[in-house]
Design a protein around this ligand. Structure first.
Ligand code: HSE
Length: 360
C-alpha cells in the first residue's frame, strides 16, 4: 500500500525547486521502496506567487513556470477544472491547506528569524509537522519550537540547516547517540570555503564571491556568508541541539573572511598552510554534559584559521563542508560532504520527510 504525504512549500526558490526536481525524478522509486508518495499541495512564495490545490499541484508545470517567468501566475490557466486557490499568503497556506508537513524554505534571516519562526509556529499550532532548511528559526528559537512541536504531537526536522543534505544532525543524534560529544570543529559555510579555495588558485575575492552567488551557494545577502553569520548560526544550532547549549548567535565569537586578501592566502600557501573559516563548538571546562533543559556551558567561535596541510579540515575544498565530532567513546568522527547547493539541500528535505513518515 502506498500512502500519500501532502506538503506545503513555503518558498519556491533554489531549495524548493531542487526538492521538486528530486520528487519528480524519484517519486516512483520512493513509492516502490518506502510506500510513500510525497504530494505538493501548496506553494507560497512572496515573489513568485501562491497556489493551493488540495489534490496536488503539477510539479513539472510549476518548475517550468518558475524557470521561464519567475512567477506562478499562469498556472491556473494551464490546469483547467482544478479546485485551485491562488493568492493565499504564507500563514493562510500553512493554517488552511490540507498539508501534513510544512516545508519552510523561505529566505534565512539569522538576526530575527522572521517570518519563518511564525511560519513554523503556525504549522505546529495547526497540527502539521515542519521541515526546515531555513537556519533562522533553529538558530534563534530551537527550544521554544521543539517544545511547541512536542506539545502539539508533531515533528520538527531541520537536517538541511547544517551541511545541507550531508546528514550531520542525524549522524550525531542517531548514530552517535551513545556518545558524549565534547567538541565539534567544522567548515560549515560552503560559500567562504569556495572563495578561499578559488583565491588559492589566484582568483580575486570579488570574482570568487560572484561565482559562488551564480552557483547558488551564497545567501540572498552574501554578507551573511563572508562575515561569518551563516557559520555562526550553524554553530549555534549544533551547540543548542547537540550539546544542550543556550547560545544566541550574538554569543558566538565571530570573525568573517572579508578581511583576507590574496596576499594573506598566498602567504599561508607559501608556509604550507591554508586559511579555512573554522567553526568550533565546545563545553567550558567543568561544565557537565546534560539534557537540553539546562545550560551545559556550550560555547562557539567562528574564525579564519591557518591550518597545516596535514590537518583533516585543510583538504576540504570548494563548497564542500566537513565536521569533526570529538566524542568520549569513539574519539574523533569526521563527516565530509556537500554544504550547499540546489539538489543537495533539496535532498536534506527529502531525508527529513522520510524520517517523518517513518516516525509518524
Ligand atoms: N550560504 C550557505 C553556505 C548555504 O554557503 O554554506 C548553505 O547553508
Amino acid at each position: 500500500m502506498t500512502i500519500t504525504h501532502k506538503l506545503a512549500l513555503i518558498g519556491f526558490g533554489t531549495v524548493g525547486q531542487g526538492l521538486a526536481e528530486i520528487l519528480l525524478a524519484k517519486g516512483d522509486a520512493l513509492a516502490d521502496r518506502y510506500g510513500v508518495r510525497f504530494q505538493v499541495v501548496a506553494v507560497s512564495d512572496l515573489l513568485k506567487g501562491s497556489l493551493y490545490d488540495p489534490a496536488g499541484l503539477n510539479l513539472a508545470a510549476l518548475l517550468d513556470l518558475a524557470r521561464r517567468t519567475g512567477k506562478l501566475h499562469d498556472y491556473a490557466g494551464q490546469q483547467p477544472g482544478r479546485a485551485l486557490q491562488s493568492g493565499w499568503d504564507s500563514l493562510r497556506t500553512i493554517r488552511e491547506s490540507n498539508a501534513d508537513t510544512v516545508v519552510e524554505i523561505s529566505w534565512t534571516d539569522v538576526q530575527t528569524g522572521q517570518p519563518a519562526i511564525d511560519h513554523v509556529k503556525a504549522a505546529f499550532e495547526s497540527g502539521k509537522n515542519a521541515v526546515l532548511t531555513n537556519k533562522g528559526p533553529v538558530a534563534l528559537a530551537y527550544r521554544e519550537l521543539a517544545e511547541l512541536a512536542a506539545a502539539h504531537g508533531v515533528l520538527f526536522r531541520f537536517e538541511g540547516t547544517v551541511m545541507s543534505g550531508t546528514p550531520t544532525i542525524r549522524l550525531a543524534q542517531n548514530a552517535l547517540a551513545g556518545c558524549e560529544i565534547r567538541e565539534i570543529q567544522g567548515i560549515l559555510n560552503g560559500t567562504t570555503n569556495y572563495i578561499l579555495t578559488q583565491m588559492e588558485g589566484g582568483q580575486s575575492y570579488a570574482d570568487a564571491l560572484a561565482e559562488a552567488q551564480r552557483l547558488g551557494y551564497a545567501e540572498a545577502d552574501p554578507t551573511a556568508d563572508v562575515e561569518g553569520w551563516d557559520a555562526a548560526g550553524k554553530a549555534v544550532i549544533l551547540a543548542n541541539v547537540l550539546m544542550g547549549g543556550t547560545l544566541r548567535v550574538a554569543d558566538v565569537d565571530r570573525t568573517g573572511i572579508n578581511g583576507l586578501t590574496l596576499a594573506d592566502v598566498a602567504a599561508a600557501k607559501a608556509a604550507g598552510e591554508r586559511w579555512k573559516l573554522v567553526a568550533r563548538v565546545w563545553r567550558e571546562a567543568g561544565e557537565a554534559a546534560g539534557p537540553i533543559v539546562a545550560d551545559t556551558g556550550a560555547r562557539a567561535s567562528v574564525r579564519p584559521t591557518r591550518l597545516p596541510l596535514s590537518h583533516p579540515l585543510a583538504g576540504v575544498a570548494g563548497a564542500v563542508n566537513a565536521c569533526t565530532f570529538t566524542t568520549d567513546l569513539l574519539g574523533d568522527v569526521t563527516l565530509v560532504g556537500p554544504g550547499a547547493g540546489r539538489m543537495e539541500t533539496g535532498y536534506a528535505v527529502l531525508g527529513d520527510l522520510l524520517e517523518i513518515v517513518r516516525e509518524a
